[in-house]
Design a protein around this ligand. Structure first.
Ligand code: ZN
Ligand code: ZN
Ligand code: FE
Length: 755
């Protein structure tokens, strides 16, 4: 007989850890206790030596799937206590300490079984949940995480629910959102003018509406979705035109993984990601020849797919028995609606009906978007299901830092000790509403995790609203970090690198450079303390600045002129419709009027896409570059000649020969697919050459790849293969996106190392 005291830290609270320990201890007939305190879970167990050892093993193997054990310390206590049974003791709270909060979790298998069991008292109850699943982050208003501090406050538990909640042996022990038909939230169906549709079966009624091509706004976990029949071209087109979303792909929710496989290729890792308890939208390769209309995801090889993650989704999808478009409830680029009154107002011209419930959403949180690359998850948008779990930083820090992020795909990041709390995807900080959600989000995170930042870090761009926020902040210590350096730092921190030097490759859309130009095709030599700009894509002009981003043909003209393509060829062969505008653009460039210089790879992709006629004007971010990627053939090995040059110590990647090659092929009638393939291969080769030069210069063998262009799978894959063949050690993102959603982490880490 022995007694052990075990301290466990990590993500062990609000994830069903105490009931798990309670039941495990009971299964060994141990005596003792378990409680939560401010930094983790403490257990004392008494039993035979062999059983105690088995218990510690089981702790790690059988722990709740969402929990993460960071440390597990065990000490033998010499005393043996005379006690009866095993108990869960009250939590201890120390002021100023914080507790990790669970993200919203997809409905678990146990709850799903009850949901579809006619005998169960929660049969078809759309808000069923338990200790292992259900809403968390989106309903928490304040700490500690008790029902009274969530939006479940108005719902008083019935006696049966209360008994479950209080029974340590029940799987709803201390499940704060626990509820049932008798005591919990319920559904309402409204027409778009706000009148309630009285029906004795809201679900059946909703299904019939979906079957008759209607668009329904459905209140979910972190906001509203707009839903319609994904197999009905007319319904999808109607949704597109009402939402002012011309071509940006929609996500689709399928009733089951079996149904997903009818439409998409799914490998084992993708299946695990789709069916796990996070349930992001996963980008999957479309199968050819399915019944899915092209309007769902025009010109895409991939489809954003998710499985139901709330009980309501399961009920709807099972009854509808087919895929539904489930896109965020907003008009074009506004943030997703999450408050009932606001949604009813903003979505009334898009949705025909509203399927509402009366459990308030406190924190807006979009669906996460992810994909599998080389057998591992490669995140694209980190939100529901991930947030607010922290990223574990490589070292302890005694200063708390707030990284304010960029402008597009904004997130912010607050650090405490060795944790980086990266916010959910906030969106593009271009309108007041998104900006407000950014400000509110920061205050909410500060409160939830008891963080008082002592240093604020922003992007270098003076006009980003996130930079303005930092400048106006009462926090006295301020730093600004160059955008692409922040991308590289983010990739380093994401891979838990200690402070070592890397060759940081930032391939991106746009970011403000140290020299006032727009960077985005950068080879940096960097560590956490600073960077040297070793090389970059040779500058070219962006006539009209931001206007060239939505009108890539302007970039195209600029690239053609820089490469010495004659006016005659441009006007007669390439852009015959642009006669008058051509002069203006040419004039802007030669006189440097309203023109900025850029080294952006994203813009180079845009320009080439436009030159070969794939996309000349875009209606969503990155569209021209994305469509250029979609037509490339991965197996094609052709490429264009290219050149590099040293200019006052800086390695320039020259683009003229590449553009000349593209134009020659085009004029010779080569297919766009082949030109795009050759262009991709050439960009891989020219960057590989630049990176080799950086190694020769610095003797560094570790390459970190970051920036939005690394969402291009062909470029990413081929560059990694090429670099590995040159014996480089390559790191890519793991927990945070390579796009601007990741830069707040890089900013925060810079703050920690340079405070
Ligand atoms: Zn459950
Ligand atoms: Zn109840
Ligand atoms: Fe960026």
């Amino acid at each position: 007989m022995k007694r052990n005291r075990i301290r466990i830290t990590g993500i062990v609270q609000g994830v069903g850890f105490r009931p798990f320990i309670y039941n495990l201890a009971k299964s060994f007939a141990f005596t003792g206790w378990v409680f939560n305190d401010s930094s983790g879970v403490e257990v004392e167990v008494q039993g035979s030596v062999a059983d105690l050892e088995k218990f510690r093993k089981d702790l790690r193997i059988k722990k709740p799937s969402i929990s993460v054990i960071e440390t597990l310390d065990n000490i033998d206590i010499s005393i043996i206590k005379n006690e009866e049974g095993f108990i869960i003791k009250h939590s201890k709270r120390e002021p100023g300490q914080f507790v990790l909060i669970s993200p919203d979790l997809a409905i678990c298998n146990d709850c799903r079984a009850e949901l579809f069991n006619k005998q169960d008292r929660r049969y078809f109850y759309p808000f069923i949940n338990c200790t292992n699943c259900g809403p968390r982050f989106t309903i928490i208003k304040d700490i500690p995480y008790d029902r009274g501090n969530t939006t479940m406050l108005p719902f008083k538990m019935c006696n049966i629910c209360q008994a479950e909640y209080e029974d340590p042996g029940d799987r709803r022990f201390h499940a704060q959102p626990d509820a049932c038909f008798d005591c919990g939230p319920g559904l309402t169906l409204l027409s778009s003018d706000g009148t309630e549709k009285h029906t004795d079966n809201i679900i059946n009624e909703t299904i019939q509406l979906l079957q008759s091509e209607k668009v329904i706004a459905i209140k979910g976990l972190g906001g509203y979705h707009l839903a319609c029949d994904a197999l009905c071209d007319a319904a999808v087109s109607k949704l597109r035109s009402r939402k002012y979303r011309e071509e940006k792909p929609f996500a689709v929710m399928f009733p089951s993984i079996t149904r997903v496989k009818e439409f998409c290729e799914v490998n084992r890792e993708e299946e695990n990601l789709l069916t796990g308890n996070v349930r992001p939208i996963v980008l999957l390769k479309k199968k050819p020849g399915t019944k899915l209309p092209e309007t769902v995801a025009p010109k895409q090889k991939y489809l954003g797919v998710m499985l139901p993650y709330t009980p309501l989704h399961y009920i709807l999808l099972t009854e509808f028995n087919g895929p539904l478009v489930m896109t965020s409830g907003n008009i074009s680029d506004e943030p997703i609606s999450f408050l009932d009154n606001e949604a009813k107002h903003r979505l009334k011209d898009i949705a025909d009906y509203f399927l509402l419930h009366n459990r308030e959403i406190f924190m807006r949180c979009d669906d996460s978007v992810s994909r599998i690359f080389n057998g591992k998850e490669y995140p694209l948008r980190r939100a529901r299901g991930y947030v607010p779990f922290p990223i574990i930083l490589p070292g302890q820090s005694d200063i708390s830092v707030l990284g304010c992020g960029g402008m597009l795909k904004n997130t912010f990041c607050l650090t405490l000790n060795n944790y980086a709390f990266i916010s959910h995807h906030i969106g593009d900080l271009e309108n007041l509403e998104t900006y407000k959600s950014f400000e509110d989000g920061i205050e909410h995170f500060k409160r939830l995790f008891s963080i008082t930042p002592e240093l604020i870090v922003s992007d270098l761009h003076p006009e980003y609203l996130s930079t303005q926020y930092a400048l106006d902040s009462p926090i006295k210590n301020k730093l600004a970090v160059q955008h692409h350096y922040a991308h590289v730092l983010s990739c380093m921190a994401d891979n838990k690198l200690s402070n070592e030097k890397v060759i940081g490759v930032a391939c991106d859309g746009t970011g403000y450079g140290d020299d006032g130009n727009i960077w985005g095709g950068e080879i940096l030599i960097a560590d956490y303390n600073g960077f040297e700009r070793f090389g970059h894509i040779d500058y070219f002009d962006l006539p009209g600045g931001d206007s060239a981003i939505i009108n890539p043909y302007k970039t195209a003209i600029s690239l053609l002129l820089k490469s010495g393509i004659s006016d005659d060829v441009i006007l007669t062969k390439l852009f015959p419709d642009l006669k008058s505008e051509f002069k203006i653009i040419k004039n802007m460039i030669s006189k440097e009027l309203n023109t900025v210089k850029t080294s952006s790879l994203g813009r180079l992709f845009d320009g080439v896409s436009s030159i070969i006629g794939v996309k000349r004007k875009i209606n969503y971010e990155g569209q021209a570059a994305i469509e250029l990627e979609m037509i490339a053939d991965e197996d094609d090995t052709g490429q264009y000649p290219f050149d590099l040059k040293k200019d006052v110590g800086t390695q320039l990647l020259l683009i003229e020969q590449i553009i000349i090659g593209v134009v020659n092929d085009l004029l010779n009638g080569m297919s766009k697919n082949r030109i795009s393939s050759k262009f991709h291969n050439t960009i891989v080769e020219i960057f590989a050459k630049g990176i080799l030069e950086a190694r020769n210069y610095s003797n560094i063998n570790q390459v970190a790849l970051s920036g939005g262009v690394f969402q291009n799978m062909i470029f990413l894959k081929k560059l990694i293969i090429k670099l590995k063949s040159c014996n480089f050690n390559v790191i890519i993102h793991d927990n945070v996106p390579c796009n601007d959603g990741g830069i707040s982490l890089g900013q925060a880490v810079f703050g920690i190392f340079n405070s």
